[in-house]
Design a protein around this ligand. Structure first.
Ligand code: ATP
Length: 443
């Protein structure tokens, strides 16, 4: 994990938020490569959801009417049990620690760098994870609004709007990507548990009776999505929620977990939420949120199958999955260690790098021409500094799948070498075919 965190900073994937002020706990900034990777992940998800007839997109606002969160149960129930170590004052989620010892690094005692206190914790108290703020000029209780802790509620409250404006028939879904905020008690493991993060959620509305079939369909569909974008099967697992631990409204729930360097962790949840959410909003808003079936002449509140993936956690899973170390030949016929990010080409932040072999005799001009042409279709990086081997190493660390080198033969016959990041094999192709060659790998 330490190597991945350090590479992330060195290459401009992830920076600590407000770093020059010492950072802000649980918040991270996506650097130049990070934002490209994140956008590519979101775009891959968005396309897989909305490039089909039965799913519509939505982008609801982060601030919503406070009644939304009463109806959803978040005001009352979106809490975690919190305890403090009486010795060092470190704070924990009661359900996530071994209460027999503290062991916090926060302890600055004279004798130990870690708190060795044994089990002296305060009683657990419930802590609501929603960030509260005020709308308008007056900071009074009736001006309270929340930063949304999930994107799903924006979908539920727009059910009628989307259904009526698109004339979708059941079953159909609504997809949304957006920021969510949770005032987590303990943030940890880099991007895994943060206070500000992005979710990619889809709510699929179905008639009761076909909900189990659609739940199974979405479980498989979502697992395949992660695999199609390069996550190795053996690093993914389904973890069903036992019936005894299901939320009172949920009929079924399963997590997709990824094998992170620190252990297995959830990256997505798939839930059969019954008709709970729409029914709650009917109760609290007084508005009808139902579906009229023209054929059977029935009117009912649909069930919902939810797929809820973390874009930020997914980003971290893709990064950990891509990270690899192997050996590469040097110009002197030796081998050297290389770090390589083996991203799926569609997710890679930069698709291709272009290098002139030497910085003279017109090779730079030809290289610039190739770069300009490719850049109209995807993200390209031009590099003329240092030995070509060094330039390859830099691009390997960025996860760039293809590097094109322009040499003296290019001047004679318009061919270039194109080098594959993973196999390190080089092929000679005509420079006019580079774009087609790379685009074929992206789709
Ligand atoms: P956890 O048990 O890890 O707190 P959760 O079950 O509360 O997660 P959900 O409410 O199902 O998570 O949220 C759906 C997805 O949103 C999760 O699978 C995860 O990818 C992402 N997510 C949730 N909380 C966070 C967070 N604090 N930081 C980053 N991503 C998060």
């Amino acid at each position: 994990m330490a190597q991945i965190v350090s590479l992330s900073k060195r290459r401009g994937f992830i920076f600590q938020s407000s770093e020059i002020y010492g950072g802000l706990n649980g918040c991270w900034d996506y650097g130049p490569l990070g934002v490209e990777l994140l956008n590519n992940i979101k775009q891959a998800w968005w396309q897989s959801m909305t490039f089909r007839d039965d799913i519509e997109g939505l982008d609801a606002s982060i601030l919503m009417h406070p009644k939304v969160w009463e109806a959803s149960g978040h005001v009352e129930n979106f809490t975690d049990p919190m305890v403090d170590c009486k010795e060092c004052k470190a704070r924990f989620r009661a359900d996530q620690i071994d209460e027999s010892k503290c062991g916090s690094n926060a302890y600055k005692g004279r004798k130990a760098s870690k708190c060795r206190d044994e089990g002296k914790f305060t009683e657990a108290r419930q802590f609501n994870l929603m960030f509260k703020t005020f709308i308008g000029a007056v900071e009074s209780e009736d001006a309270v609004v929340y930063l949304r802790p999930e994107t799903a509620q924006g979908i539920f409250v727009n059910f009628n709007n989307v259904k009526d404006s698109t004339r979708q028939k059941l079953p159909f879904g609504i997809a949304q990507i957006g920021k969510a905020f949770r005032n987590e008690i303990n943030t940890k493991n880099f991007l895994y548990r943060t206070r500000e993060f992005e979710q990619m959620e889809m709510q699929y509305f179905v008639k009761q009776g076909i909900d189990t079939e659609k739940y199974e369909y979405w479980k498989q569909n979502r697992l395949n999505w992660w695999i199609n974008y390069g996550i190795r099967k053996e690093r993914l697992q389904f973890v069903p929620h036992p019936q005894s631990k299901l939320a009172h409204y949920a009929k079924d729930a399963v997590d997709i977990e990824f094998d992170f360097p620190f252990g297995w962790g959830e990256i997505e949840g798939i839930h059969n939420r019954s008709d709970f959410d729409l029914s709650q909003h009917v109760k609290f808003s007084g508005k009808k949120l139902e579906y009229y079936d023209d054929e059977t002449k029935e009117r009912y509140i649909p069930y919902v199958i939810e797929t809820s993936a973390g874009a930020s956690r997914g980003f971290m899973a893709f990064l950990c999955n891509a990270y690899d170390e192997d050996e590469a030949p040097t110009a002197l016929g030796k081998v050297e260690k290389r770090t390589v990010l083996r991203f799926h080409p569609k997710l890679a932040p930069i698709k291709c790098a272009v290098f002139p072999l030497v910085n003279k005799d017109g090779l730079q001009e030809v290289s610039h021409g190739i770069k300009d042409d490719l850049q109209s279709s995807f993200n390209v990086f031009y590099d003329e500094s240092g030995a070509v081997g060094r330039r390859y190493r830099r691009q390997d660390e960025c996860g760039t799948p293809y590097c094109v080198t322009v040499d003296y033969d290019t001047l004679k016959d318009n061919t270039v070498t194109i080098r594959d990041r993973d196999s390190m094999k080089q092929e000679r192709i005509h420079k006019d075919l580079i774009k087609k060659y790379i685009l074929e790998k992206l789709f």
